[in-house]
Design a protein around this ligand. Structure first.
Ligand SMILES: [Mg+2]
Length: 287
């Protein structure tokens, strides 16, 4: 993985705007007892997302991360357990309204874009070719340009990393130029609105579109990668969510609307990546 300067600078931006790190929805492994006999569960990956409900709420397209979200790192193939959910996403939005944005396939390090071509073939969806890595504003602009006719607020952005996938989701709706962003920050121009601003006013709690993309954080870990950084990201999200008034309530309201629980039958017992809750709990014990 090449050095990612835009992701390295994220903590500095987060000091000015901590909400940059807050996902709209977090999918985790949860078990819910709905009766003495039946257990309902959610998986910490795209299987828990109700793509039809997202489409019905007005979302018309989606941007997906690749590694540890749809495929194993360094693999071009969809994780077999995700096949049904991925097909549902393709049906809900249509392949032309789905874009895979990866910091491996389709980047400068992908010689002749061979991996991007292979991933696009196996996932049945286009892969963004880009020179700037997530979560840079250049990458956000390239992603929007690759989805003509779709506005940022009509997009769902799904990924497993806070510093790249969640941050770029918010940046899709930020002003494009440095000057306009500074002007917005200083109150000299209309500020961008995030999903949290919208939910703060209650606009997005009952299915109306937000003014920003829906940032979905999948916490599944199909293969161990950047474990310490993930642990730090998870801790940071929890901390910020505790400090931002109403953040948790707004996230829970969106999850009730768009996260699906399945009865814990044979179909939902497939292999799953390890959820982040277990990592976050386990790591401090290692000290
Ligand atoms: Mg990833």
């Amino acid at each position: 993985m090449p050095f990612n300067l835009p992701a390295t600078l994220v903590p500095l931006y987060a000091l000015l705007n901590p909400r940059l790190l807050l996902p709209s929805i977090t999918v985790v492994r949860l078990l819910l007892s709905i009766s003495s006999k039946e257990i309902s569960s959610s998986q910490p990956d795209i299987r828990s997302l109700n793509f039809a409900a997202l489409r019905d709420a007005g979302y018309r397209g989606a941007i997906f991360d690749k590694d540890n979200c749809l495929t194993l790192p360094h693999s071009d193939n969809l994780i077999p357990e995700l096949e049904a959910a991925w097909s549902e996403a393709l049906r809900a939005f249509g392949p032309s309204h789905i874009l895979v944005v990866s910091n491996s396939a389709g980047t400068r390090d992908d010689a002749a874009q061979l991996q991007a071509e292979s991933v696009a073939y196996h996932l049945r969806a286009p892969v963004l070719l880009h020179t700037a890595l997530k979560p840079s504003y250049s990458c956000a602009a390239a992603a929007l340009a690759a989805l003509p006719g779709l506005a940022p607020h009509e997009l769902v952005v799904v990924g497993d990393r806070i510093f790249t996938d969640v941050v770029i989701a918010h940046r899709l709706s930020h002003p494009r130029t440095v000057l306009s962003r500074v002007a917005a920050r200083l109150g000299l121009a209309p500020a961008h609105r995030s999903a949290f601003d919208d939910t703060a006013s209650g606009d997005n709690l009952v299915g109306k579109l937000s003014h920003a993309p829906m940032a979905v954080w999948t916490t599944s870990l199909w293969a161990r990668e950047s474990v310490a950084m993930r642990w730090a990201e998870a801790r940071l999200v929890r901390l910020i969510e505790r400090c931002v008034e109403g953040a948790r309530e707004r996230r829970v309201a969106l999850e009730e609307q768009f996260v699906r629980f399945a009865l814990d039958n044979e179909n939902s017992k497939g292999k799953a990546g390890r959820g982040w809750f277990s990592w976050v709990k386990a790591l401090p014990k290692l000290r």
